[in-house]
Design a protein around this ligand. Structure first.
Ligand code: NAD
Length: 462
């Protein structure tokens, strides 16, 4: 039996041991999810909706417990962890409206009627990273279950505790056995079986671009459906005409939230040269004021990194790089790195190009709109970004020109479950959330019904 010791990132102390599933156990659970599929697919839409609302209520009733688990397992601040548990509840409530609204179309054709159906795929495999264990799990299982699929879900090795608890709460809420199955284990074993097992009909993967590419290659063997939410290196573009005080006050939260372990982190700040000095001065004040303290303290604004390995990786990026200024961090045990600001003058610098996935931001000056857009797009990623300006025409031009799936103007809006989310370029494939997410967990079937039994078939040549 292989176990994984879950460690509290704020203290480096062990929390508990979790048993990791073997390939054989994974296969058996995938088969059980497959066996549970026909009955779940055939649950009447109103009843499936009611069960999802019941799941949402049970999650809500355990919000404090789930948040506390996430603080201990992932080092998330209490405020964030409460938001994340609430997000699972809200996603379930939002998609509980989908079963009765999974409309097909009626398309005009001669000699009969033509209708389309959205039919569930079967078993959907969801692979979750360690940075947002609860929301990313919910963004997958909410719409997948609403569309009538059964789900097998693999949490990241480092952060399985809230997913395991959500699996138990689903049963408590009345979801039948096998409808949502959480399988803790290694990516190379459990995750890999989601890709190779023929009964898993779609893989929904969130994680690194490198593993995402492997998964896409693996899914190609069975033409398996796949959604990828991958890395990012998003730009926060601040024009000189913006409210510089507000732009500088909010910039730290756009990159240091979750200690920078956020695929949407605005980890490159582009500032128009004429406002550069003012912005940087104000940024220093706001970075130094950030409360980097014990994440279980309700006032905490930033906690530790998730693991010793992640801390080492982040510090590796800072090796030999001159930092402009940093915020504070506790000197205690745990995987702490203070929020760090680096000045960049060369877009070839690794700190400017690569996803650090830690509390590090690089700042660069630009001269005009054309240069800002060119620098923002000079990356293989395209997940999110922000634009600060008072000029509405410029805001619109730049928002249309930046190659990225999720942009905010004069804001760093977080992902909203009722709007679509996903990446351009190597940040991903497909979209999650928003009103169309359930359809992404279905096949569209077209059926023609002849008005009279056809004597001689008129056939369309393919
Ligand atoms: P990761 O790619 O190493 O792991 C993600 C998940 O995939 C884990 O559950 C892991 O066990 C599993 N996995 C690993 N190898 C696998 C394999 N061969 N087959 C199947 N599954 C496998 O990423 P991580 O280190 O957990 O997360 C950090 C990365 O995730 C960052 O690069 C970040 O940008 C990205 N991320 C992206 C989004 C997004 O929505 N775009 C969200 C969160 C994280």
């Amino acid at each position: 039996m292989t176990t994984f010791t879950v460690v509290n990132p704020a203290t480096a102390q062990p929390v508990t041991d979790v048993v990791m599933a073997t390939a054989e156990e994974t296969d058996a659970l995938i088969e059980r999810a497959h066996d549970a599929f026909p009955a779940w697919r055939d649950v009447a839409p109103g009843e499936r909706a009611r069960l999802l609302r019941s799941f949402a209520s049970v999650v809500d009733a355990h919000l404090d417990e789930l948040a506390d688990l996430e603080v201990r397992n992932a080092g998330h601040t209490l405020g964030n962890a409460r938001w994340e548990a609430g997000n699972v509840r809200d996603v379930l409530n939002y998609y509980s409206a989908a079963p009765e609204r999974l409309f097909g179309r009626q398309i005009p054709v001669p000699g009969g009627i033509d209708v389309t159906f959205h039919e569930p795929l079967g078993v959907v495999g969801i692979i979750v990273p360690w940075n947002f264990p609860m929301p990313i799990a919910g963004w997958g299982f909410g719409p997948a279950l609403a569309a009538g699929n059964t789900v097998v879900l693999k949490p990241a090795e480092l952060t399985p505790l809230t997913a395991i608890r959500l699996g138990e709460l689903a049963l408590e809420a009345g979801l039948p056995e096998g409808v949502l199955t959480v399988i803790p284990g290694k990516g190379s074993i459990v995750g890999e079986r989601f890709v190779t097992h023929p009964l898993v009909r779609k893989v929904c993967f969130t994680g690194s671009t490198e593993v995402g590419k492997q998964i896409m290659r693996g899914c190609a063997d069975q033409v398996k459906r796949v959604t990828l939410e991958l890395g990012g290196k998003s730009a926060n573009i601040v024009f000189a005409d913006a409210d510089i005080a507000k732009a500088a006050a909010t910039a730290p939260y756009a990159v240091f939230d979750n200690a920078g372990q956020d695929c949407c982190a605005r980890s490159r700040i582009l500032v128009q040269r004429s406002a550069y000095d003012e912005f940087l001065g104000r940024l220093e004040t706001s970075v130094k004021a950030l409360k980097v303290i014990d994440p279980s303290d309700p006032d905490s604004e930033m906690g530790p990194l998730v693991s010793a390995k992640q801390k080492e990786s982040v510090l590796g990026y800072l090796d030999g790089v001159e930092t402009a200024f940093t915020g504070t961090a506790p000197a205690s045990d745990g995987f702490w790195v203070p929020p760090t600001v680096v000045l960049a003058d060369d877009p070839a610098m690794p700190i400017w190009r690569e996803e650090v996935f830690g509390p590090v931001v690089a700042v660069m000056a630009f001269d005009d709109e054309e240069e800002a857009v060119r620098l923002a797009n000079d990356t293989e990623y395209g997940l999110s970004g922000s634009i600060f300006t008072r000029d509405v025409s410029r805001a619109l031009r730049v928002a249309r020109a930046v190659e990225s799936g999720n942009l905010s103007v004069n804001s760093h809006s977080a992902v909203r479950y009722w709007t679509p989310f996903g990446g351009y370029k190597q940040s991903g494939l497909g979209r999650e959330l928003g009103p169309d997410a359930p359809a992404a967990f279905t096949e569209e079937k077209n059926v023609f019904i002849a008005q009279e039994v056809a004597q001689e078939e008129e056939r369309e040549q393919p």
